[in-house]
Design a protein. Structure first.
Length: 246
């Protein structure tokens, strides 16, 4: 499968996340709590919880925070009632932007998201205006030093992966959400460690951005991610290769 590798944007986003550790820890804890409430405390049969715990591991969330979030979701502690909402709109250069929200106050979340879209040159749209452009996709990242290309190709594709992209330092394995578990198990069974694993939203097409529009988009995304109620932000902006990583 040809096209732009999505891992560059994920890496850039993760780098920015490192600068706001406390906020990220809180958001991941909230996601763990919701996952437990929806599917129970056993990650074996709860994909959402498994991915939240993976995210917690990658972001070095303290074990006590994880335990507290699981207990909260299981009812061991009283918690707020959260609502899931997806806000959709357009950013600089017509880039499609979606913001996934977990909130206990819909009006507060809507006002905050609308404000940032407006402030950074975007427009909040109606539900469904850009959501159709994105599809749920599983991504695994494997460091090149941990496996050779032939092995990665054989193991991943035999397990049901859709594609494997080869980079200078890593392999990017693309899979459907339905085959995520099978690919994960195949990698583990062959002692191939992953640097990153998640189910994310990937756009069907990308909009190539110049440096000025890319900077505007990054400012919008950063502002949205600063909102406490916003869990994840996705877009279809294709950033220039020389964009700085914070």
């Amino acid at each position: 499968m040809s096209g732009h590798s999505k891992w560059a944007n994920i890496k850039r986003k993760k780098g920015k996340n490192d600068a706001i550790r406390g906020k990220i820890t809180t958001k991941i804890g909230r996601e763990i709590t919701i996952a437990v409430r929806m599917g129970g405390p056993d990650p074996t049969g709860n994909m959402r919880l498994k991915l939240a715990l993976q995210k917690a591991k990658e972001n070095n969330v303290p074990k006590e925070n994880i335990k507290r979030a699981i207990q909260k979701g299981a009812g061991a502690a009283e918690g707020q009632s959260y609502e899931e909402i997806v806000y959709e709109g357009y950013g600089p250069a017509g880039v499609a932007v979606t913001a996934n929200v977990l909130t206990d106050n819909r009006n507060r979340a809507a006002a905050a998201v609308r404000h940032e879209f407006s402030k950074y040159g975007g427009n909040l749209g109606a539900t469904g205006c850009v959501g159709w452009m994105f599809h749920s996709t599983g991504i695994f990242i494997v460091a090149s030093e941990n496996a050779d290309e032939d092995q990665i190709m054989e193991v991943a594709l035999d397990a049901g992966a859709d594609d494997v992209k080869t980079g200078d330092e890593e392999y990017e394995i693309i899979t459907s959400p339905e085959n995520f578990d099978a690919v994960e198990k195949a990698l583990a069974d062959n002692n191939i460690p992953t640097e990153h694993a998640q189910i994310t939203m990937i756009p069907e097409n990308m909009i190539k951005l110049n440096a000025e529009d890319a900077e505007k988009l990054e400012n919008l995304v950063d502002a949205l991610e600063e909102i406490d109620d916003v869990q994840d932000v996705y877009h279809n902006g294709d950033m220039p290769d020389d964009m700085p990583e914070d």
